[in-house]
Design a protein around this ligand. Structure first.
Ligand SMILES: Nc1ncnc2c1ncn2[C@@H]1O[C@H](COP(=O)(O)OP(=O)(O)OP(=O)(O)O)[C@@H](O)[C@H]1O
Ligand SMILES: [Mg+2]
Length: 378
């Protein structure tokens, strides 16, 4: 996927903008609050996903304007295509000139991966964010996965309601058997899908981490599931049925505890992705730069997996990643990510001084200056 041209009108602080990006690295440099993240957000919206910032559609429209308009010309699936998004404030979508009724219909038009400062909390936050990282990617790879997740959540909510209410209505206790079976079946699918994904992701992300850190530390990412005991490890030799059985057994074993606490203590909704560097959990022992490098490796690994599934390199958006990284890691990002078209923001020209080949744009008060000065390899 390659963006050829993007035009924005009345989007956030951007009144009018036209950009002809390069096919590989594009740097958007500018001082704080100039509109760099706004541009990244606009590019991200073309993937069909929601903004990576918690935001309402009406907030995309420039203050005082009535409508925001985003158009893109891009190359994907061996042909030139167009996409258009507008907010008035209702969202409307067009692909190759044809109206698209729902986001689901548009999904998959442009594959992309984003790293934004909000991802920096991946290790500081609880496991929910790490599960979200896995699930977001799996939903792009397998659209059906989303409905399994939704069904699981529905049954989980029902089971939790019974756990809470059973002390007042003992007749409800029998319902638990039915929910346990349904949960185990859906949960088995979720765990197996996540375990497979995390194994592949680990292979890709650990290679990337090696390149980024100059092989200084050994990266390892592993899916940890609450349905196995501490000395058991989940791996892809286990089938969906194996995980469903383990999950069912652990639901039975924790039933009394769950009644006491009024919630379900085991299952994929309590699982985690653990990342270690030289066998030490990065969550507890990683420095800021190490944590950032691990998250980046996971994100770039995700891009590789998406690229393989889609048959073409996805868009990569890296918002504000360069700070806190040493020059070795910065140069890796600038020059070694590979085939994807990349957009990268930073505040300081020093941070991209190692760029070998790419285009540089300066963002000032919502306008792009410099027209994309080209930096070429010798
Ligand atoms: N709907 C809107 N209309 C007009 N301006 C807006 C709108 N939404 C956001 N802004 C403004 O856009 C400005 C630029 O935001 P943006 O997050 O893109 O900055 P940035 O260049 O990424 O800065 P930083 O380096 O601090 O991350 C902010 O000052 C914000 O107030
Ligand atoms: Mg920003």
């Amino acid at each position: 996927m390659i963006f050829r041209k993007i035009c924005l009108k009345d989007f956030r602080n951007i009144e009018e903008l036209e950009i002809f990006p390069g096919e590989k690295v594009n740097i958007i440099c500018g001082e704080n609050a100039q509109g760099k993240t706004n541009l990244m957000e606009a590019l991200w919206l073309f993937t069909g996903a929601k903004s990576f910032r918690q935001t309402k559609d009406s907030e995309f429209i420039r203050f005082g304007a009535e409508k925001a308009n985003l158009t893109a010309e891009f190359y994907s699936e061996n042909r030139e295509q167009t996409a258009e998004i507008s907010f008035s404030p209702q969202k409307s979508l067009k692909k190759n000139g044809i109206d698209i009724k729902s986001s689901a219909e548009y999904a998959g038009t442009i594959g992309g991966v984003v790293f934004s400062p909000s991802h920096m909390n991946l290790f500081r936050d609880g496991p929910k964010e790490r599960r979200r990282l896995i699930d977001t990617s799996l939903c792009q790879l397998y659209p059906k996965y989303l409905s399994v997740l939704a069904d699981y959540k529905k049954v989980l909510d029902q089971r939790n309601t019974v756990l809470k209410d059973a002390r007042y209505h003992s007749g409800l206790i029998d319902m638990i058997d039915i929910y346990d079976e349904q949960l185990a079946r859906l949960g088995g699918t979720i765990i197996r899908t996540r375990v497979n994904y995390c194994e592949s992701l680990n292979k890709k992300a650990s290679e990337i981490y090696k390149g980024m850190s100059g092989a200084r530390e050994e990266f390892f990412a592993e899916y940890i599931t609450t349905v196995l005991s501490e000395n058991e490890h989940a791996d892809s030799s286990m089938s969906t049925a194996d995980f469903a059985q383990k999950f069912y057994d652990s639901l039975r074993a924790s039933r009394n505890y769950d009644f006491e606490h009024g919630s379900t203590s085991v299952g994929p909704h309590r699982d985690d992705l653990e990342v270690t560097l030289d066998k030490m959990p990065v969550r507890s022992f990683g420095s800021q730069g190490q944590q950032r490098s691990c998250i980046l490796s996971l994100k770039l690994g995700e891009a590789k997996m998406l690229g393989e599934a889609m048959g073409e390199p996805p868009l990569i958006l890296l918002d504000d990643v360069m700070s806190e990284l040493d020059s070795l890691r910065r140069e890796y990002i600038l020059n070694s990510i590979g085939e994807s078209q990349i957009f990268l923001t930073c505040c300081d020209k020093e941070l991209f001084s190692g760029l070998e080949e790419g285009k540089v744009f300066i963002m000032e008060k919502g306008r792009l200056l410099g027209g994309g000065a080209v930096c070429e390899a010798d």
